[in-house]
Design a protein. Structure first.
Length: 366
């Protein structure tokens, strides 16, 4: 059963761009069998939980807004093919991510969690590809009760930062603790999710392959875990004012998001549909809600910088996919950057948040 709230469907017509979401995927350059290493700062023992999926990642973003961005690793992240997500980029986009996330999915999630028997640690939440921990900072203060977050990422720098910046308390004052797991979650299994109350991820689905989505869904539904996956791009971007080249660059960017990389064919804007169908085949109830980024440089310098970084990465990805676009794309980028600097450009990057509650569907429907 799929309950959809205000969701532009994946693959819907119109401009599509990468949303500046925090890429939380594992480093695809790592060996798939790389062992997880754990760093648990001051917290009680916790159950074994998943690795981080073998998904592409985003390299360091430019040091200054004038540096050229490269392609996007998650649907919205400026990056190069080098491993590693830039902490500067993830921090810059955190405000836009928080404003975009769909709070309407929290009501059915809270109701589901409230019906579960309490655990010694309270809620045990696994955040896959945590980046700098923006999901923890957004969600932990919106859920009641003690919580233990297990943060997964391939990058030890990001894990250290995410653990250090985790919120100390839940919505009702309950204690929030964290531990970290470094490595590859491509081998996520039901056993690894034993004892987990909730699985989360942000800007993750669209950098997975169809097989990786099926494996993730298998593990989560097999363990009876609800899953909240935020900020997946759906292939639409809207610019104001419009430009004649918007649609062609959008198509090229979307093709780049679906590209083959290292023998893997990424789902890109098709990921939400694929995940919804996979969860429903296993009896889960799926709720989706639109979570668009709304970028408006006229609101201040920070949003102007964010829009510029995103725009550079978006155009570079389109040019990489379609080298024949290079001359026109270069002129387009200069035109758009000038409009951004003057506060005359606004962008809506469409995403969807997905909540899957273990079946049967009738019992899980709020």
């Amino acid at each position: 059963m799929n309950n959809t709230v205000d969701t532009p469907g994946p693959g819907a017509p119109g401009p599509d761009t990468p949303g500046p979401d925090t890429p939380s995927g594992a480093d695809s350059s790592q060996e798939p069998d790389a062992p997880l290493t754990s760093n648990t700062p001051n917290v009680p023992n916790t159950p074994d939980v998943p690795n981080t999926p073998d998904v592409p990642d985003t390299p360091d973003a430019p040091d200054t807004p004038d540096a050229p961005g490269s392609e996007a690793s998650h649907s919205d992240t400026p990056h190069t093919e080098a491993p590693g997500y830039s902490p500067q980029w993830l921090e810059l986009r955190e405000g836009a991510d928080a404003a975009a996330r769909a709070p309407g999915l929290l009501r059915p999630l809270r109701a589901f969690l409230a019906d579960r028997p309490p655990k010694d640690l309270g809620l045990v939440i696994s955040d896959l590809g945590c980046g700098t921990g923006s999901m923890t900072r957004w969600l932990a203060p919106r859920l009641d009760g003690p919580q233990h977050w297990i943060l997964y990422d391939h990058d030890p720098r990001l894990l250290d930062r995410a653990a250090a910046l985790a919120p100390p308390t839940a919505a009702d004052g309950g204690r929030v603790t964290v531990s970290t797991e470094q490595g590859d979650i491509g081998r996520l299994t039901v056993d690894r999710l034993a004892g987990t109350s909730l699985v989360t991820g942000s800007a993750l689905l669209d950098v997975l392959t169809a097989d990786e989505v099926e494996a993730l869904v298998d593990a989560c539904t097999g363990a009876g875990c609800p899953v909240l996956l935020a900020l997946s791009v759906v292939g639409r971007v809207e610019f104001t004012p419009a430009d004649p080249l918007d649609a062609e660059l959008t198509d090229a960017f979307n093709a780049h998001q679906r590209r083959h990389r290292d023998g893997r064919r990424l789902l890109g804007p098709d990921a939400v549909t694929a995940a919804t169908e996979a969860f429903e085949r296993r009896g889960a109830t799926v709720h989706t809600q639109a979570s668009p980024w709304r970028l408006d440089p006229s609101r201040g310098a920070e949003e102007s910088v964010l829009t510029e970084w995103w725009l550079r990465g978006w155009v570079e990805a389109a040019r990489e996919q379609r080298p024949d676009l290079a001359p026109r794309a270069e002129t387009y980028l200069r035109r758009r950057l000038n409009a951004c600097a003057e506060g005359e450009l606004s962008v809506v990057v469409h995403h969807v948040d997905l909540l899957a509650l273990p079946g049967p569907a009738e019992a899980a429907t709020p």
